[in-house]
Design a protein around this ligand. Structure first.
Ligand code: PMP
Length: 459
């Protein structure tokens, strides 16, 4: 940091070294609502605009370099522009991006999903995680001929109507307008980790089509599940003959090659997939038991085709570009090596960041699992070894809420000034991150906390 910058605020330093991003934001603001294309990319005073990315890094239009912990919202377990994927997609580009027809690639893509994800008999491709959970819920409704779904408070399944309840606390108020009351009547919320509450819901209601869950907990690692909860959930849903949907949009191919279901050895009836599935391009899939996936099949019976079969078009389903990236990514992921690297990086980084928190004597902690972690900025407990095992005991609304927005904004800008693009609430590692990245990130974290203290934002 230059000496004259010592008196400037974090936001001033951030703004003065990002002139081109600031100008782009002025243009964006005129045409894109709040200048943002994804709610979590919104940043006050303005976001950075990225020009290129490679491995664990990205560079903005002002030529600032960042170590990236967004990793394509989870899609980039293998890092940015992994050479094998670049090659596959580049080759495919020249051969056509949309055939308006079938291709061998989609068959290969389906076969590898079927090979890796243990509960899967059949696979149907869609274009995003949101579409995958829409279809998973529709399949559960078609199969059971029932209406209601149960979802857990704090769990996220995309932005369609049925799954909007319970996304953000306070959970009695929906976090979005534009959702019809009739839809809300068909989504029942259950507190996470509360098997008794779920049991009561299933006993008192005979119109339940399915239960949907993020199988490592809400928002991947933010609301961890209590040990054994998934197994109890499986037993209970089986007892009531209610299909269990695992939303493995993030966890699929990230937690293990076969997803959270393989890791915990708990099998759902339907699985929603996206992100790593498509190797960094848009893509999703719904997959599951043959007798449920049957509702996507044509039969000889015209009545079935007209009244029972789920109608399913979709212009970009299994498009050749996404399929080429997806097949390449899944072939790489299948060895498990990249997952282990990303997990080890996250663990090492968590330990380093917690040491810095100790040094500054602040009430933060860093917790997480697998290749994800989160910086909690209002942690009241102590951090004795193994403290992460007890995070699930903290009120889930508090865990999900995040810190004071002013603190979060200044933290984000401070980390960006120090060369790190990281949301405090949700950071992801990849197999492209290195030990050198960890050291740089730890130094940046230390410097950012010092800046926050100096400015009086953090006591
Ligand atoms: N489910 C989960 C668990 C997710 O994390 C997300 C996206 N973050 C979605 C569904 C929606 O996926 P998409 O953004 O591809 O629509």
């Amino acid at each position: 940091m230059k000496s004259h910058e010592k008196t400037k605020s974090i936001i001033d330093i951030y703004s003065s070294s990002r002139k081109k991003s600031s100008e782009l934001y002025q243009r964006a603001y005129e045409i894109l609502p709040s200048g943002a294309t994804h709610d979590s990319r919104y940043l006050n005073p303005f976001p950075i605009y990225i020009e290129r990315a490679l491995g664990s890094k990205k560079w903005d239009v002002d030529e600032n370099e960042y170590i990236d912990y967004w990793m394509g919202h989870g899609a980039l377990l293998l890092g940015h522009s992994r050479p094998e994927i670049v090659k596959a997609v580049t080759n495919q580009m020249a051969k056509g991006t949309h055939y308006g027809g079938c291709s061998e690639l989609e068959v290969e893509w389906g076969e590898i999903v079927n090979k890796l994800i243990p509960s899967v008999d059949k696979v149907k491709f869609v274009s995003s995680g949101t579409e995958a959970t829409i279809m998973a819920i529709r399949l559960a409704r078609a199969f059971t001929d029932k209406n209601k779904i149960v979802k857990f408070e704090g769990h996220f399944h995309g932005w369609h109507d049925s799954v909007m309840p319970g996304v953000k606390p306070p959970y009695d108020k929906i976090a979005s307008s534009g959702i019809p009351d009739a839809v809300l009547e068909n989504t029942i919320l259950c507190p996470p980790n509360d098997i008794e509450a779920l049991s009561r819901i299933l006993e008192q209601n005979n119109d339940i089509a399915g239960v949907i869950i993020e199988p490592t907990g809400g928002s991947f690692i933010i609301l961890p599940l209590k040990d054994g909860f998934l197994k109890s959930l499986r037993e209970l849903t089986k007892k009531h003959s209610v299909p269990l949907i695992f939303d493995e949009v993030v966890t699929g191919f990230r937690v293990s090659p076969g997803g959270a279901q393989e890791y915990y050895n708990v099998m759902p009836d339907i699985t929603a997939l996206a992100k790593v599935l498509a190797g960094g391009l848009p893509g999703g899939a719904v997959a599951g038991r043959a007798d449920i996936m049957e509702y996507l099949e044509f039969k000889e019976d015209p009545k079935w085709n007209r009244y029972k079969k789920i109608y399913h078009p979709g212009t970009f389903n299994a498009n050749p570009l996404s399929a080429s990236a997806g097949v390449t990514a899944l072939n790489i992921v299948s060895s498990g090596e990249d997952i282990q690297i990303a997990n080890a990086i996250a663990k090492y980084l968590k330990d380093e960041l917690n040491k810095i928190i100790d040094k500054h004597s602040i009430n933060w902690c860093v917790y997480g699992q697998f290749s994800g972690f989160r910086i909690m900025m209002d942690y009241d407990g102590d951090r004795k070894p193994g403290f992460e095992n007890d995070i699930w005991r903290i009120d889930h609304a508090k865990l999900k809420k995040g810190a004071d927005p002013m603190l979060e904004t200044n933290f984000r800008c401070g980390m960006l000034i120090n060369g790190i693009d990281m949301m405090p609430s949700f950071a992801l590692t990849s197999s492209a991150h290195t030990e050198e990245d960890i050291d740089k990130t730890a130094k940046a974290f230390d410097a950012t906390i010092t800046m926050l203290k100096k400015e009086g934002i953090l006591k």
